[in-house]
Design a protein around this ligand. Structure first.
Ligand SMILES: CC(C)(COP(=O)(O)OP(=O)(O)OC[C@H]1O[C@@H](n2cnc3c(N)ncnc32)[C@H](O)[C@@H]1OP(=O)(O)O)[C@@H](O)C(=O)NCCC(=O)NCCS
Length: 173
């Protein structure tokens, strides 16, 4: 499993977290309990730090980076979908950062908010709590509130996947 220290920066991975053997974790990265990192995801904590909260999944092909000015902090019970790019942003608890989206430096996603599939939120963007941002550039969807805990089923499924993969994943080649 490619998990690397960089100088004195070493990942802190809770024993109940799961990093797929084909994911890459480098440097100042903290993964809390039941957080999961899926194949081809890269979390590179070199110039700053990265935190992933409890029960949050970082799915296949997603790139998480940080800068010396902006750490990346992802809260608990979040879903970070496939092929996302997050760079120096803050995501609160219970958020969905949907597949193929881009969330850039200094952006803040408040609790229970959504960045939709394929959306691009540029520097210092902001999604208020329980709102949804869509499109390129991302715009807040009018007259729409995301219900609380809207992604709980997906979060639960990924926590279950952690258990399944920890006990059942076997490499065959
Ligand atoms: C953002 C998202 C949750 C919206 O779902 P929804 O609330 O069911 O939205 P709807 O399909 O009802 O569409 C509502 C409106 O938003 C638009 N819309 C929905 N998703 C959009 C997107 N990603 N980008 C741009 N517009 C979008 C629709 O065209 C529709 O517009 P209209 O009202 O003008 O017709 C969904 O599009 C999404 O991104 N899902 C991704 C899930 C994911 O990443 N899964 C992988 C991890 S398990």
């Amino acid at each position: 499993m490619p998990i690397y220290a960089l100088g004195d920066k070493e990942p802190i991975i809770h024993p109940d977290a799961f990093v797929h053997p084909d994911a890459t974790v480098i440097g100042d990265v903290t993964l809390r309990a039941f957080a999961s990192v899926w194949p081809q995801a890269v979390l590179r904590g070199d110039s700053g730090s990265i935190q992933v909260g409890e029960r949050t999944s970082v799915q296949d092909g997603t790139i998480v980076h940080c800068t010396e000015f902006h750490p990346t902090v992802i809260g608990a019970n979040c879903v970070v979908g496939h092929n996302v790019h997050i760079e120096g942003a803050t995501v609160a608890d219970h958020c969905l950062i949907a597949s193929g989206s881009v969330l850039l430096n200094g952006s803040v996603v408040e609790e229970g908010a959504v960045l939709g599939a394929g959306a691009v939120m540029s520097f210092n963007g902001h999604i208020p709590a329980h709102r949804m941002a869509l499109g390129v550039p991302a715009r807040i969807r009018e007259n729409h509130e995301v219900p609380p805990m809207a992604w709980a089923m997906i979060v639960d499924r990924y926590v279950e996947n952690v258990k399944i993969y920890k006990s059942g994943l076997r490499r065959l080649d």
